[in-house]
Design a protein around this ligand. Structure first.
Ligand SMILES: Nc1ncnc2c1ncn2[C@@H]1O[C@H](COP(=O)(O)OP(=O)(O)OP(=O)(O)O)[C@@H](O)[C@H]1O
Ligand SMILES: [Mg+2]
Length: 238
């Protein structure tokens, strides 16, 4: 069953068309990657889904709800959680206060205790450091906190924008195994990544964006085997 659907979506920054005629869909329970070089439009795509950018033409639906026509606040209420490129924690608030803020959507509030325990089980480090100011956590810990905060909203769909950026290889491996884990627990994940080989090991399918167009799509294995993906467009980065 399709959870998220984009139909002929175009997004512009002024005169510049950053996304052109994008159609894709994500089924409930799937993990899907969006690949593409710098400037391809990956972040723009996630921003359009979470309502931070208006859709110029086309439509985006979450289940039965047309989310391209409603405010970002109401989009969160439909179960979309966005972990942005630069994490956007509140640095002067504690880890736990940041997590608490993630639980503000109405549907998430009754599950606050339960989700907090879930997040602390997923990331014992966050529990140890729950009173530490988020801004003083290491890069990897802040990424965990940002993902934890998204999970606090009890989302149906998690959007992850390059969660591996700036992290040491061992922490990157942890981030990818986390993606695998939350997917196995039934969360639907849309992840943007430039670490192509690693992300393709943890997702079901992927789309390749090039200069605002969808250039290719396929199963993770097809994309791994695709010379187009690994050579022509991506260079090789693993
Ligand atoms: N606020 C903005 N105003 C004008 N152009 C923008 C704006 N934000 C992004 N762009 C342009 O839109 C295009 C797509 O940007 P986007 O951030 O979506 O790329 P990306 O695929 O996420 O790249 P990266 O891998 O570097 O994060 C780029 O050419 C970028 O310069
Ligand atoms: Mg980006």
């Amino acid at each position: 069953m399709s959870l998220l659907t984009l139909e002929n979506v175009s997004v512009s920054y002024g005169q510049f068309r950053a996304l052109r005629d994008i159609s894709l869909s994500i089924n409930k329970g799937e993990a899907v990657a969006v690949l593409g070089a710098n400037g391809a439009g990956k972040t723009t795509l996630l921003r359009a889904i979470s309502g931070m950018l208006p859709v110029h033409t086309g439509r985006i639906t979450m289940g039965e709800t047309e989310i391209s026509a409603i405010t970002p606040h109401r989009i969160i209420e439909t179960g979309v959680a966005h972990v942005p490129e630069n994490r956007r924690l509140f640095p002067g608030l504690s880890v736990e206060a940041n997590l608490r803020l993630g639980a503000y959507p109405r549907h998430a509030r009754p599950f606050f205790r339960e989700q907090l325990e879930y997040v602390y089980t997923l990331f014992p480090r966050l529990k140890e450091r729950r009173h530490q100011l988020a801004g003083t956590m290491s890069g990897g810990e802040q990424q965990m906190c940002a993902i934890g905060r998204a999970l606090m909203s009890k989302p149906q769909l998690i959007l992850l924008d390059e969660p591996s950026t700036g992290l040491a290889p061992i922490i990157v491996a942890q981030v990818f195994s986390l993606v695998r884990k939350i997917r196995s627990e039934g969360y639907t994940v849309l992840i943007v990544e430039q670490s192509v080989r690693q992300v393709l090991k943890v997702v079901d399918r992927a789309y390749l964006l090039e200069a605002g167009h969808l250039q290719a799509s396929g199963s993770a294995q097809e994309m791994l085997d695709s010379k187009t993906v690994l050579h022509s467009y991506m260079g090789i980065k693993s």
